[in-house]
Design a protein around this ligand. Sequence first.
Ligand code: PLP
Length: 381
Amino acid sequence: MQKFAKRLDSLKASDSIAMHQKIKDFQKTTDIIDLTLGQPDFDTPEHIKQAAWKAIKKGQNKYTTSYGIQELREEISIFYRQYYHVGYNPLKEILICPGAKQGIMYLMQSFLNPGDEVLLFEPCWLSYADMIALNEGIAKFIPSKNNLHPDVDRLEEFVSPRTKIIVINNPNNPSGYVFNWNELKNIVEIAAKHDLLIISDEIYDRIVFTKFNSLSQFENERDRIVVVNGFSKTYAMTGWRIGYVLASEKIISKIGLIHQHTATCASSQSQYAALKALTGKQGFVSQMNSEYQKRKDLMLEGITKTKFHVVEPKGTFYIMLDVSVLNVEAIQNAPTLLTKCGIASINGLSYGLSAGKYVRLSLTQNEEQIKETCSRLMRVI
Ligand code: PLP
């Protein structure tokens, strides 16, 4: 019998996959409101789909340059200049990859030696810890403050001689937290003091209900700052698999080697679609945003009539529901909510111990369903 590599030992299937099986079982008898999804409920806009179709018909079906088509890298560079007032050289400081997730994996592969530590603020996205484990690193979690706010004041306490990377996710999945300028500045200063790399996952940067600052704006620390972004959430393009990494030439050239030898390039048609997403009409982005905002406001208002509480998100399409009143073990929160009232959610525990008394709800259902969610929550306790 062939033996799998040891590094697979700590990998586990995500909670959302386990939850999907439970939802399927329940759907046979109960009307389920599924609030587990990690992707927009909107379809990719028509003009973006058409651009991919055009590319296919024009024969743009071959490998592209490994870093990605130059037009797309140029448009990303223009976008960052116009939106965040920062400069990235499209030829050397931008890499297009098959999703932001893949970009983060390349970074972990490039920087971690066995036993190296990565600092993560709780609550945080499920996949970081698994990617760190796959690269034989050690994830160290910084517990959150009240209301799931990241505890930036405690960051330095967690730095050890083995620390290599700080990961921030801004805006944060699952809490919707958006870091303020001073917090970002403190993180950059601590990283500089201890010579650490910062990976800033900004995949939700355009789904915000407040002022948003990107870590890319700290240009004088460009050598240690990597920003990861993509098209999945902003343009409802999760299935197209286009993400990108913005970093110094030195970093891009290293992760570019992994990319070259593992993916070759991102899908050519998807790159042309992404190009259209950036250069085409942008109304869709704000329309989607205001729809999320309406749903969030409905939820905030509806929840006041229940015994539950929520943490008000400042970005993303998620909202964390405090379900302490259910009075069950943290691992049972989501299953209990599902059995009691047919609301499917993800256990907060999946995002770190600090989120144990919460479940994550995705605001990826229409307003009627959000209202129905609140009235079910009102009846359940
Ligand atoms: N980063 C975070 C915080 C996410 O929530 C997700 C997807 O849910 C991703 C990255 C993945 O993005 P992509 O689809 O570009 O791989």
